[in-house]
Design a protein around this ligand. Structure first.
Ligand code: FEO
Ligand code: CA
Ligand code: CA
Ligand code: CA
Length: 616
């Protein structure tokens, strides 16, 4: 029986063993090459990386920190080149405790704020700001098959919350709740923060999504402030970074509207290095994970989005206007105007898309929705009011362009509780979030009727519940063909390759020693036929890293993976110093393995020995 199962696999590579150690591993027959490291010079004249002499100015010319979403678009525009292109990389956040050798002590995130305030000088804060945002990098594949980046390319670009002006479009652009002392028009903002996953549009732009923006704000506003309800639901201020000590716009006492200018989906045109990135408020404000884009059969563009926090919602945007393959300028405006919906997962296996339109249903002035701008800014409230389902941390969502099915990663939610009829609560299990104390996450598959992504009613099912299938308490539901190496926990980023195959990256966070006991990595997941729900291990991160990217060239012969925060997550439990990973005691010094250099988040490119599609 096992033999016939093998014969049907769409992933005939030899599976990687589970485990954890100081370096990365890829399945036999493949090469993994480090392509771009934090600090690598990108812009003309940018200096080589020196962790002991880092400045904001240097960092603005170098590859940023904590690479998350990766996207590839071919050069020239409109071609399908898999040898030459532009890579987009998100720089989600910074690990202060490991990136400043000798300057920041162990356990930085747990020391009192007044002491932390002395350590976070303006220069340190601005290096962190410069290391956030995104990078655009020109890449080439040489005659030897080896990928390299083009140092100093005119396409190369760094975007950051320190130095990059962006524009707002859509219902909230210019609204009074978007105005600040630096921008009385409410139409421009410096930068973006905590960009997690993203997407690529068919007209050749990247979408990059602001996730945990709350962490960059400090201060307090009083309970009578009109933004208090908004702040409470978005957990602003999160006070994780102390930039507000030096840049008052991040102090909510001084600029109470600045937090409304983050939490958006941002569109970037990589082919024009002078273009202004645009934050599209029609797609709602959330802790946006990513953006899965599909051109519907009628030409309207649909974007699927997750809001990554426990008990938050899944969204869909449908453009008003239609995609035109011959009019890129018009396509660039498609995400400025349309209808936003939130998902209700019904117990009968149907899914209802609930429109978030001011004036409809409960979205009234009495409930705080005076105009559509209020719906855009307080999207979470609007979705909950109309009855959308509260999910187990919705992460990346991707459309399979071959089958038209849609896959949503629900990463975990340990706060999910059993049903208690006497005390009904949003924290109860429901059909789409069925596990109490869900430490391992699951994957939901959605199907549009007759492949119409604009339909009001879809069907949904759970593709698999993650976690160890050998432990009955976990209630994992991988296909039994999955080996002991093949199961995973905490799906996060994902991608569908050119052949319509699903690949899932994991992020177990600090809990990896108990969630799976194995490093994060990349798994191939079967979605069709008798092997549906089978997972197979392909790549493993070094200790303490989460797996991000992933993204393929159009011909699937190169796979870009992002190794984020190597040596950090869960390492205190493993290296047993009693402290979080620090420069003195990192979990690994990947990828340089130089005692003088901190571990560096880096993008890796995977190719097959002798060429050919990845995973074949
Ligand atoms: Fe930044 Fe939801 O992972
Ligand atoms: Ca993610
Ligand atoms: Ca993705
Ligand atoms: Ca993550």
């Amino acid at each position: 029986a096992a033999r016939s199962v093998d014969a049907e696999s769409r992933f005939p590579f030899e599976e990687l063993a589970r485990g954890v150690d100081e370096t990365h591993h890829v399945a036999k027959g493949y090469q993994a090459k480090v392509l771009l490291r934090w600090g690598d010079p990108l812009l003309p004249g940018a200096p080589e990386f020196d962790p002991y002499a880092q400045t904001a100015e240097k960092q603005l010319g170098q590859f940023g920190y904590n690479n998350d979403f990766v996207g590839y678009l071919p050069l020239p525009l409109g071609s399908r080149s898999s040898d030459h292109g532009l890579l987009w990389v998100n720089h989600e956040y910074t690990n202060t405790e490991v990136m400043f050798p000798g300057l920041i002590p162990a356990g930085m995130d747990r020391i009192p704020q007044d002491r932390a305030a002395q350590l976070i000088t303006r220069e340190i804060a601005e290096v962190e700001m410069a290391a956030h945002g995104g990078s655009i990098v020109e890449l080439k594949r040489g005659a030897d098959g080896d990928w390299t980046y083009v140092k100093g390319s005119p396409y190369n670009r760094r975007l950051s919350p320190l130095a990059t002006e962006m524009a707002f479009t859509g219902p909230a652009a210019g609204h009074e709740r978007m105005r600040t002392s630096a921008d009385p028009t409410g139409t421009r903002v410096i930068g973006m923060m905590n960009n997690c996953a993203g997407g690529v549009t068919p007209w050749g732009t990247f979408l990059t999504c602001e996730e945990n923006f709350d962490g960059y704000f400090i201060g307090t506003i009083d309970q009578s402030h009109p933004e208090q309800r908004n702040y409470d639901r978005y957990t602003v201020p999160g006070s994780r970074y102390l930039w507000g000590l030096h840049h008052p716009r991040f102090d909510v006492n001084k600029e109470p509207n600045e937090a409304n200018r983050f939490g958006w989906v941002v569109e970037v045109d990589p082919y024009d290095p002078t273009s202004t990135p645009r934050k599209h408020t029609a797609l709602g404000r959330a802790k946006h994970e990513g953006a899965g884009v599909v051109v519907n059969k009628d030409g309207r563009v649909v974007v699927y989005m997750g809001d990554d926090q426990v008990f938050e919602h899944i969204y869909r945007f449908v453009s008003r206007n239609r995609f035109d393959p011959n009019d890129r300028a018009k396509n660039m405006t498609l995400l400025e105007d349309g209808t936003l919906y939130a998902a209700r997962y019904n117990a009968d296996g149907t899914l209802t898309w609930l429109p978030l339109v001011q004036g409809q249903g409960p979205l009234t002035p009495e409930n705080g929705f005076r105009t559509q701008a209020d719906v855009s800014i307080n999207t979470r409230h609007a979705a909950t009011l109309v009855g959308a389902t509260r999910m187990d941390r919705p992460e990346d969502i991707e459309v399979n362009h071959r089958t038209q099915k849609v896959y949503a990663m629900l990463t975990n939610n340990s706060d999910r509780r059993p049903v208690s009829p006497e005390h009904p609560s949003i924290t109860h299990v429901d059909a789409a979030n069925p596990r109490v104390g869900n430490l391992w996450g699951h994957i939901v598959e959605m199907s549009a009727p007759e492949d119409d992504h604009t339909a009001e009613t879809f069907r949904w099912t759970i593709l698999l519940q993650a976690g160890n299938p050998a432990d009955p308490k976990v209630k994992a539901t991988f296909n039994p063909a999955t080996t002991e190496n093949g199961w995973f926990a905490c799906p996060d980023n994902c991608v569908v390759d050119g052949q319509g195959r699903l690949w899932v990256a994991t992020d177990q966070g600090n809990s990896w020693p108990t969630s799976s006991g194995s490093a994060d990595g990349l798994w191939a997941v079967e979605t069709e036929g008798p092997l549906r729900g089978t997972a197979k291990a392909f790549f493993r991160c070094p200790i303490g890293a989460e797996m991000c990217g992933p993204f393929f060239t159009p011909d699937d012969t190169a796979l870009f993976l992002a190794v984020q925060h190597p040596g950090v997550d869960g390492v205190s439990q493993v290296v047993a110093t009693g402290e979080r990973a620090t420069f003195e005691h990192p979990g690994t010094r990947w990828p340089d393995f130089d005692e003088k250099v901190p571990p560096r988040p880096s993008v890796v490119v995977i190719t097959k020995d002798g060429g050919g599609p990845i995973g074949s």
